[in-house]
Write a protein that binds this ligand. Structure first.
Ligand code: HEM
Length: 101
């Protein structure tokens, strides 16, 4: 490789690896609850299954702000819209809220 070459990682494709994820493209958000008891690591410190914010020393420094903002965004979607399933979905897979004692 030449000096000063730019190396790009296919970050999205890393997150779709069928050797790491079962049916990676399927929308199954509950899969994240099942990994690490709901403490899925996306920082690349414990493992690399998907790294939306990069990893290592140049990892996105805004990721805690992002996560807070995304939770707020999701909460507003749930709050402001009436949600229905477009197809048959088993909503009772895990009938509890996280963090509930
Ligand atoms: C969902 C939203 C965001 C995503 C998915 C995201 C993702 C990323 C990714 C993948 C990188 C490259 C990391 C690497 O090279 O390993 C990065 C870098 C960076 N992000 Fe974000 N980011 C988000 C929002 C933000 C926000 C809100 C801020 C600031 C408040 C921010 C500030 C930065 C900065 C300054 C870098 C460069 C870090 C460096 O090169 O040392 N990002 N981000």
């Amino acid at each position: 490789m030449p000096n000063n070459a730019t190396v790009n990682f296919m970050v999205a494709e890393i997150g779709w690896d069928p050797e790491v994820w079962e049916d990676p493209i399927a929308f199954e958000p509950e899969r994240f609850l099942e990994i690490g008891g709901g403490e899925f690591d996306f920082t690349g410190i414990k493992e690399i299954r998907m790294i939306p914010f990069g990893g290592g020393r140049r990892m996105c420094p805004g990721y805690t702000l992002d996560m807070l903002h995304l939770e707020y965004f999701m909460a507003n979607l749930v709050w402001n819209f009436k949600w229905e399933t477009a197809w048959e979905v088993d909503l009772w897979k895990k009938p509890e809220f996280q963090g509930q004692s």
